[in-house]
Design a protein around this ligand. Structure first.
Ligand code: NAD
Ligand code: MG
Length: 289
């Protein structure tokens, strides 16, 4: 349960992408005061892309409290958010590594796993969490190639590049956890490009699980519903933000802290030792099939 259990929507607000945590009203709950670890990831080394804020920050905090060292990918303009996440990881007694860089650039994306492995002494878990969307008011025919490029390169190309580059470091017991979305199952007309990348992520999750299973590497995805993160005020119109999450069966948006345990479960070599090729919904009750 979080501090915003009775919350219906949010104050109208807007930010420029990628959005920063401190400018949000209310500031999200990343589990800072609630997440309790129990050694499920003792000694593991994890890369979390987009680990500065939102779901990525909650995952980094949870992983650290479960005993993992964490490398964080993020955009250079998110330095203050990344440093705050790193502070929580270090407070949990674990190592935090900061790896700024724009992963729509192939060389930058491909370099991430190696940089993480160098600093952490290896790599066991890759969380492909970085993502971008931009809600459109106009019709689909007005979307530009630059806009499509940014969404597809961030959500899909970078995920493929980073996973490829991570494979030399991963072995028996390793895990890849991708961040999908309810948008893969119930696409919004304002998010045609974004929703299509999330459907593709589900598909490649199942397919990579098949290819990498014989090497003992598990591949899964989490499909969040509406979660209160900087992505929302940075990419949705203020009137959508006000009602954000109200259309779920649970009647509210989720907090990043409520998504992180799904990533811990799928990353944990003990809890999820026989779980691969699955997409786990954390949607406030919306169906993921
Ligand atoms: P967020 O803004 O906190 O996190 C997204 C992160 O992606 C950013 O912090 C940024 O570091 C990273 N990123 C974006 N473009 C990048 C680039 N070019 N190079 C490097 N890093 C880049 O928002 P969030 O909601 O926590 O998003 C995390 C993931 O969750 C995304 O994949 C998103 O699609 C997914 N998701 C979010 C929701 C939601 O309602 N918030 C729902 C379903 C899925
Ligand atoms: Mg951010």
């Amino acid at each position: 349960m979080t501090s915003s259990d009775d919350q219906q929507g949010f104050p109208a607000q807007q930010q420029e992408p990628p959005g920063l945590t401190g400018a949000m009203d209310p500031v999200p709950d990343h589990g800072e005061r609630s997440y309790r670890g129990s050694g499920r990831m003792d000694g593991l080394r994890a890369l979390v892309t987009g680990g500065d804020s939102g779901i990525g920050r909650a995952v980094a905090i949870a992983f650290a409290r479960e005993g993992a060292d964490v490398a964080l990918g993020y955009l250079p303009e998110e330095q203050e958010d990344a440093e705050e996440t790193a502070r929580w990881v270090r407070e949990a007694g674990r190592k935090a590594v900061l790896l700024p860089g724009d992963i729509t650039d192939e060389d930058t994306a491909r370099a991430l796993p190696g940089r993480a492995a160098d600093e952490l002494g290896g790599l066991d878990v890759v969380v492909n969490n970085a993502g971008f969307q931009m809600a459109r008011r106009e019709g689909f025919e007005d979307v530009t190639t630059d806009e499509i490029d940014r969404v597809l390169k961030t959500n899909l190309y970078a995920l493929l590049w980073i996973t490829q580059a991570a494979l030399p470091y991963l072995g028996e017991g390793s895990a890849v956890v991708n961040n999908s979305s309810i948008q893969a199952f119930q696409p919004s007309t304002s998010l045609v490009d974004y929703a299509s990348t999330k459907a593709a992520i589900n598909n490649l999750t199942v397919n990579l699980a098949a290819e990498l299973g014989p090497r003992g590497i598990r591949v899964n995805a989490v499909a969040p519903g509406p979660i209160w993160t900087p992505l929302q005020p940075a990419t949705q119109p203020p009137e959508k933000v006000e009602k954000f999450g109200a259309d779920t069966p649970l009647g509210r948006a989720g907090q990043p802290a409520e998504v992180a345990p799904a990533f811990v479960f799928l990353a944990s070599p003990s809890d999820a030792s026989y779980v691969s090729g699955t997409v786990l919904g954390v949607t406030g009750g919306k169906p993921v099939f």
